[in-house]
Each structure stands twice: as C-alpha cells, then as structure tokens.
Design a protein around this ligand. Sequence first.
Ligand SMILES: NC(=O)c1ccc[n+]([C@@H]2O[C@H](COP(=O)([O-])OP(=O)(O)OC[C@H]3O[C@@H](n4cnc5c(N)ncnc54)[C@H](OP(=O)(O)O)[C@@H]3O)[C@@H](O)[C@H]2O)c1
Length: 326
Amino acid sequence: MLKVGVVGASGLVGRNIISILEEKKFPIKELKLFASSKSKGKEIYFNNDIIYIEELNETFLETDFDLVFFAAGSNISEKYIPELMKRGVISIDNSSFFRMREDVGLVVPEVNPEDLNINKTLIANPNCSTIQSVVALKPLYDKYGIRRIIYSTYQAVSGSGQKGLNDLDTGRSDFYPFQIKGNVIPHIDSFLDNGYSKEEMKMINETKKILHDDDLKITATTVRVPVRVGHSISINVELKSDFDLDDIRETLSQFNGIVVVDDVKNNKYPMPIHAEGRDEVFIGRIRRDYSTENALNLWVVADNVRKGAATNAIQIAEELLKKGAI
Ligand SMILES: NC(=O)c1ccc[n+]([C@@H]2O[C@H](COP(=O)([O-])OP(=O)(O)OC[C@H]3O[C@@H](n4cnc5c(N)ncnc54)[C@H](OP(=O)(O)O)[C@@H]3O)[C@@H](O)[C@H]2O)c1
C-alpha cells in the first residue's frame, strides 16, 4: 500500500485523478491533497473518508511519498519535481514542462510502455490531444508504417481547466481572448514565431517522441470549440503501404483502449457526448482519402480530462506497480 500525493487536487484533472484512484481501487494507505492557499481546508471525499486539501509549500517535501501526481501547471512542476527526484519519490506530471526532455519518458501505456524505463523517478503525461491521437495511430504505424499526419482538432473547453468551463457557462471572455459560447477559436495556447500555436507544436513534437520517429511528417491545426468535455480530432494519415479498409477497422478494434464506432448508414460515429466519462478512444468515419495514395481519414474522440490526463496518469502508475517499480 502506497503513500500518494495529488498536487492540484482542487482542479479539474486533480479531482478526476482522485475519483479514478477510488474507482480503480488503487492501493493507497494514505492520500494527501495539495492546492493553492485558496483551496486550503476544502473537503474532498475519498474512500468514505474526508481529506482536507493542504496548501502547497516547502513542507510538502517532508512527507515520505511513494508517488505524487502533479496537475497544477508547469511552474509548480518545475519547482517541486526536481526536489522529489532527489529524494527518490516518483512523480507523474500532467504539465508540459518536462515532456520533451530526452531523459524523461513521455508515456501512453498502450503505445510506448517501454519508455517507463527512461527515468525511474519522473514520467510525463502527454498533451491530451496527443494521447488520443497516438492511441489511434500506433496500430497503423506498426502494421503499415506512416509517412505523413495532418491533425485538425475540435477541443473541449475543459482542456483549459475550470477557467474554460466558466467562460462557456457565462458567455464572457474572462479566460479566452474571445467568447467561446457560440464560437470556434483557432487558437490554443500562445502563438510562436513560426505561426503555429504551442498546442500545435506539442502535438507534432510529442507524436514523434512517443512513436520514436523523428522523420514523420506532421502538421496540425488546433481549435477550441464550445463543447464541455471530449476532444474530437480529424486525422488524415498517409500510410507507407496500401491497405484494405476492413483490415484497418479490424486492426484498430483489436488494439487495447480503442473502440471502433463506424456505421454511417445507421448514423453511428463517435461524439463527445458518448466519450464523456469513458476511458477508451473512440474511432469512426474511417474512410479512404482518394486524393492521394495510401491515405486514410479517421475521426477520433476521447474524454480529454480522463484518457487525456487523469486516466492516463493512473494507467502509468498501474504499469509501474506491475513492474514492481513503485
Ligand atoms: N484539463 C485537461 O484536459 C488537461 C489535459 C492534460 C493536461 N492538463 C494539465 O493538467 C494541469 C492541471 O490542469 P486543470 O485542467 O486541472 O486546471 P485547473 O482546473 O485550472 O486546476 C489547476 C490546479 O492547480 C492548482 N494550483 C494553481 N496554482 C497553484 C499554486 N501556486 N500552488 C498549488 N496549487 C496551485 C489549483 O489550485 P486552486 O484551485 O487552489 O487554485 C488547481 O488545483 C495543467 O498542467 C494542465 O496543462 C490538463
């Protein structure tokens, strides 16, 4: 039984981590919860107990944790994770701060569990849109090879945490640069000099790192839509060899964590309303792209707070447990 911490326990991802730890009966002997001073003393129910959120400060480092989940943004991860690493405590980080460091594994357990060995004390959880995309692409990568990927995303406001949900509910633009209610905003995270947003570059760079292929040609357009939970991604993928569509459907549906929902004659295709609260990645609208050779279109939907963050983090912890690494 483990001594576990959750940093960012009052946030959207943190709250989901706590409830999924309970759902999955993760072996915990003590759970300690942390957030900013604003949330100090807030009650959280866990396994029929009340746990009070503590303010995160240096004293947090005095607890002899086995494992800490970080879901409080990059600044907090940057400050505290190196200190825990020195103490031999394992951190699983939802922020983007350490993701691209060569000495840190960026892991989706169904896709690249071998990268859990890169660093014994820190594992990074990928970007939410990247996670559901690489789950969809991995079986195709292994069977056919991939030459080029075009991502176009339709991302829910919960991807921005509580502030995104608030903007959708109020119709104001307190967090986003424009109102999101009744609107679509082609702007996620800040813009870079190359004209891409950071979110777009995260999808491009993280996909290459997770699939271990720097030669992949990838482009991305990431867009915020007025949906509460569930990111949808149109993926156009050019494979290295020809394929049969039935074989694609079979290959995808056999892969751990994928559910194929693809029956357009009966209006069956994945949507956020079906993915919310689920841990699988749903794939539909599977069809040939006739404009070029060996190309395919996929429509990929998942719960961004669960599989895109909290569930994936806990699956990483479960893999570490199986390996005896915790
Ligand atoms: N939402 C998603 O779909 C998603 C997906 C993948 C990754 N992530 C990443 O997960 C992390 C959390 O995101 P979220 O969506 O859960 O955001 P959120 O709802 O805004 O929650 C942020 C959490 O961080 C805490 N926090 C902020 N400043 C702090 C400080 N100075 N000291 C201690 N705690 C502090 C907040 O505590 P208070 O409530 O006390 O302010 C809250 O618990 C971010 O790194 C985000 O990029 C989110």
